[in-house]
Design a protein around this ligand. Sequence first.
Ligand code: ZN
Length: 181
Amino acid sequence: MATRFKMVATDLLIQTYLTVAERGQINPQQMGDAWDFEFHGGHETGTPFYIRPKDNKATHNLTKFDTHTRDGKPLTYNLQKMANGDHVDAMKSTARDHLYAVVSGNWELLCTVSLRFKSGDRNGEIEQATLAAQAAAALLAATAAAAAPTTRACKSAPTCPGHVPIVRQGKAACDTCWVYQ
Ligand SMILES: [Zn+2]
C-alpha cells in the first residue's frame, strides 16, 4: 500500500514523523504539486522513498531513492543511485530541478522520515526514548561508581582507626597500622 506525502512542514505524515524542530529545518519546502513522495509498505531493503509525478499512475518501477544501506547506515544523496529515473526524467525541467533541490536540501530529513516510517517511530519517540534510557543508564552507572566506597575500616585490631583501600584483587595496607589485609 502506498503512502504519499509532500516535503512541507504542514504535511500530515511529516507532522507525524518529524518533531517541530526538525520540521523547522525543511529547506527548501516543496512547492506546487508536480510530484508526491511515496512510501510503499513492507520492510524494503534500502528503506526507499519513491517519486510519484503528478498524473503518473504507474503501479511499479517508480523512480526510487534508497536512503539507507543494508546495515542501516544513512546513504549519501547521489542522483546516480536513483532507480527507474525515467519517470523523473519525463517531468518538466523546472519541476525536476525543484525536486532535486528539495531532495538534496532535505536529504538527512528524508532519511530520518524514511527510517521512522519503516520502524513506526512517530516523531522519533522510540529513538528519543532509547537515547534517554541509554543516558539514564550511563548516569546511574557513573553515580554508582562515584558513590561506591573506596576504603573500608581496618580489621587488624579492634582499636585501629585506620582504613584499608578496597582493591579488586589481593590485599592492601591499612593507612594507619600498615597491616596488609
Ligand atoms: Zn590498621
